[in-house]
Ligand binder design. Sequence first.
Ligand code: LMR
Length: 396
Amino acid sequence: MFEGIEMAPPDAILGLTESFKKDPRPEKVNLGVGIYKDAQNNTPVFQSVKKAEERLIAEEKTKSYLPIPGDPAYGLAVREMVFGAEHEILGSKRAVTVHTPGGTAALRVGGDFIRRNLSCRRIWVSTPTWENHGAVFNAAGLDVGTYPYYNAADKVLAFDAMAGALERVPGGDVVLFHACCHNPTGIDPTVDQWRQLAVISQRAGFLPFFDFAYQGLGDGLKEDARGLQEFCRSGCEILVASSFSKNFGLYNERVGALTLVAGTADAAERAFSQLKICVRTNYSNPPNHGGAIVTTILRDAALRALWESEVREMCARINGMRTLFVDTLRRLGIKQDFSFIARQKGMFSYSGLTAEQVDALREQKALYIVRSGRINVAALTPDNIEPVCRAIASVL
Ligand code: LMR
């Protein structure tokens, strides 16, 4: 039965890491997958995470199953992080959260929920978007449409085209937004533009679904939620997929959450019962460890303060690398204007490099970049910046 199976293509992002690992060249640099590196080229465990883990190991009494939607304390901590503890959405109990294995499972559970419970069959995603979005929603049985997002000529948000396209989205469809640090472009709407998008969503009648994978890596933990919160008017309905891979450095623990905001507490309770079926038929109930770390940190004032300082430190290093990247290219005599890199937010920079240039960099310079031209700025270090910039200069 397996003889006729065809070889699948490698994953656009994680497949690159597989090739990188096999590459014997000592000078190789991987700027593909979105993983943070410190100045010494390590991806360290956060101190706050280590301390939370020590506490969890000392206090752990059982490895029994978690409930289908996970620990309620985790759900509450996630909602407080997304909306703020005082938000009406929390007080009115119209938001519910399920703990998912990573942000990807949050997107998939959201897709399954939409397919099973709404008449909608289509989700709209930005062009470009994260390489895996379309595949995840297709796998959930949804059709994927696209709306314009990026003006490649000027390297800015194509806001008018985006807004115009979203005005025409049929009522009842779903629209995916990146809540902050848009992956791959690193370009977000301004708060005023988010406000306009919220008005459009209400007028057009589509359901906003936020992928919130980088909270804290843009302008700050609270600030990064401002766009999403423009949609949080009374009675609003939204979905939010959170990921704690990057902002807690918990990549391999696979820790995320799907939060559903309904118009009323009663509707939220019914939706929650359906979300539980989506979880039960996917992975039954979530793995405990990563979620327990996040809950422990967010509920303890000292650990939380330590974690927040670690997130700020990570951002400062990334932003420092953005500036150094632009300065180094300029110092190497590159006439092309790369100053836009310093204005982009989060881990990624949409460099404008073509697929051919990316291929040449991999083959000739052992420099690994996603074929869309997306560069993981968070993997640049004081040691590799010069060779990386020289390599890029050689293909321009
Ligand atoms: C990325 O975009 O590089 C990350 O979100 C990792 C992944 O799973 O693709």
